[in-house]
Design a protein around this ligand. Structure first.
Ligand SMILES: Cc1cc2nc3c(=O)[nH]c(=O)nc-3n(C[C@H](O)[C@H](O)[C@H](O)COP(=O)(O)O)c2cc1C
Length: 255
């Protein structure tokens, strides 16, 4: 099994960095061949833009998907993207490690997706969802949130964090991954939390062991259910008899 752990956190001494190194160690102990990518250490540029491309199909106007496909097909993708894409296609299992920032993924990770999920290489109108390029590969999101589990629950003040992750989960499904149920660790904050350092360390130790438990049982983690290709009619609408797995795609809008 080949595993790739991608980490999106600026601080090498952070809890996220610890989770990332723990994931790599535990996967190696399970016999996986592991590659680790620290997007900040690489100074990965998350901004997709024309100047990344030496060769342009249209030098006058930057059409992102056109240039991605043109450069993918011509073997002239930007070197940093080509390396990331190689790693991605090499791996059977992808772990994305990141803190929840403003109810979403940090910009560096969002930009990694914008640039590395290359049109023509990672997806096209014919190669997506059940027929996606990453079919047969698994992905796990490992997320830390500063807020408590209660605040991040469906009735909590921060909103339903599991639901907030839907756009990234769906993007990964779009390119064909089997998406594992995310591991979300709550109440993770630095010194600003104002707690007693011993209480904070005890809380982090409990969360770390939750994470270790998830990593050591990764082959038994449930997958997130999504509609299959046959659940859509010719207008791209969910068929009446098809199941609905999320408020994002539903039969009758509740509000
Ligand atoms: C820019 C920024 C935005 C944040 N937004 C959220 C948020 O939307 N929800 C939340 O629960 N925590 C939020 N936090 C707290 C982080 O999730 C928390 O600091 C992080 O998970 C702790 O992990 P670390 O110790 O490895 O940095 C935010 C922190 C920063 C710096």
């Amino acid at each position: 099994m080949k595993s790739l752990v991608i980490s999106a956190h600026p601080e090498p001494k952070s809890f996220n960095a610890r989770l990332s190194s723990t994931a790599q160690r535990l996967l190696r102990e399970r016999g996986h061949e592991v590659r680790g990518t620290d997007l900040y250490a690489l100074d990965f540029d998350p901004r997709e833009r024309g100047s990344h491309y030496h060769y342009r199909r249209d030098p006058d106007r930057f059409f992102v998907q056109d240039e991605q496909r043109f450069n993918h097909d011509g073997g002239s993708l930007p070197a940093d993207v080509a390396r990331q894409l190689d790693d991605l296609l090499w791996a059977d299992l992808l772990v994305l490690q990141f803190p929840l920032w403003w109810f979403g993924v940090p910009a560096i990770l969002k930009g990694w997706m914008d640039r590395v999920f290359v049109y023509g290489g990672m997806y096209s109108s014919r190669r997506r969802f059940d027929n996606g390029v990453c079919r047969g590969k698994r992905v796990l999101l490992s997320v830390t949130a500063g807020s408590s589990a209660e605040d991040c629950s469906p009735t909590g003040r921060e909103g339903d964090t599991r639901l907030i992750l839907w756009p990234i989960l769906y993007s990964l499904h779009y390119v064909g991954f089997d998406v594992l149920e995310p591991v979300i660790l709550y109440g993770i904050h630095g010194a600003h939390g104002g707690e007693d350092p011993r209480e904070r360390d005890a809380h982090l130790a409990v969360q770390l062991s939750r994470f270790e438990q998830a990593m050591t049982t990764i082959d038994r983690l449930p997958t997130v259910p999504f509609n299959r290709d046959e659940d859509w009619d010719e207008r791209g609408q969910l068929k009446p008899e098809a199941p609905s797995y999320s408020p994002f795609i539903r039969h009758a809008p509740p509000f």
